[in-house]
Design a protein around this ligand. Structure first.
Ligand SMILES: [Zn+2]
Length: 317
């Protein structure tokens, strides 16, 4: 892991007019973002989970880089709210993301999140866990502006003279995960394809796509790898996430073949070295997603059931 950059809240200058915005400890909802500037042009990689956090970040960016006073392009790496619920504050920007993310954005709305938080008391264990991990954020008053431009596989952009390559690698963590690569500077923003020092959560799968995405990050050869959550890393961070996915895939498969339920399997799998990563309860979602994949099921998972399953594991650890 690259120790070049401290893991502290705020903007980190990673060179060539490129910045990472970090939010320790990287747990639920505390995501990272990025900024690429060249001359008076700028590209923002993701906003944060609510308006207060995003406004604070944009102010830090404007202070550090004049080009950030008016963001030209906003790229959302995926549709989870902790990467896009501040979009409305980036006025006038061209919003770009993958076709699949644009479609997914319409589904889990900020109003639904606000409603779940308000009614958490009536939702039992799942509600209590939901409130525990998301209660610090404010989902009221959030409106998602429309996406301006979508792409399927790759899209080449420029910021001033700087080349920026968008690479769609989903479905994996979500339906439409995107990597943002700045090849001439050796920097890549991975969105939630990488969680560092925290447990990855596979809402969507298939796992093979996510493993391939880790390989793709390694193959890019970037020296500065900014994950969606956690400290800045290098290619070793992609390798660690890949190792976790392979381990959990194989452990889940053995238990699936032995006839255990997804819940039983998640309770039974020992995480070994990976247990030091925070939010290890996400194993419950990962196993549930793998079981759907193993069985060929196309049913939509029940989010409340997944939160209840995570709560059961979190309570035990
Ligand atoms: Zn995230």
């Amino acid at each position: 892991m690259s120790g070049r950059f401290p893991f502290r809240k705020g903007l980190q200058d990673v060179g060539d007019g490129i910045f990472a915005y970090l939010q320790p400890d990287g747990s639920w909802g505390y995501s990272n973002a990025g900024l690429v500037t060249d001359g008076d042009e700028s590209l923002l990689v993701d906003t944060l989970f609510d308006l207060r956090l995003t406004a604070e970040m944009l102010e830090a960016m404007r202070d550090a880089a004049p080009a950030a006073r008016e963001i030209d392009t906003l790229v959302n790496t995926h549709a989870n709210g902790d990467h896009c619920y501040g979009n409305q504050l980036v006025e006038g920007a061209t919003i770009v993301t993958s076709e699949a993310t644009a479609a997914e954005l319409a589904e889990v709305t900020p109003a639904m999140m606000a409603g779940l938080l308000e009614n958490a008391d009536q939702l039992g264990e799942a509600g209590a866990f939901f409130r525990e991990v998301f209660g610090a954020f404010e989902f009221r008053g959030i409106e998602l502006p429309p996406v301006s431009r979508t792409f399927r596989e790759e899209l080449a952009l420029t910021v001033g003279d700087t080349r920026v390559q968008l690479i769609a690698v989903g479905p994996a963590h979500t339906r439409g995960d995107v990597l943002v690569h700045v090849p001439d500077s050796g920097v890549v923003f991975t969105g939630d394809i990488l969680f560092i020092e925290g447990t990855p959560i596979m809402w969507e799968g298939p796992v093979a796509n996510w493993i391939a995405a880790c390989d793709r990050i390694e193959a890019l050869g970037a020296e500065v790898v900014v994950p969606g959550h956690g400290p800045i890393t290098d290619r070793s961070g992609a390798r660690a996430v890949r190792d976790y996915l392979v381990y959990v895939r194989d452990a889940a498969r053995t238990r699936y073949d032995a006839g255990l339920s997804a819940t039983e399997a998640a309770q039974d799998i020992a995480l070994g070295d990976f247990s030091s990563w925070h939010d290890s309860e996400r194993l419950a979602v990962n196993v549930a997603t793998l079981y759907r994949e193993f069985s060929g099921s196309s049913e939509t998972p029940n989010a409340l059931e997944l939160f209840a399953a995570m709560a059961a594991i979190a309570r035990r650890s």
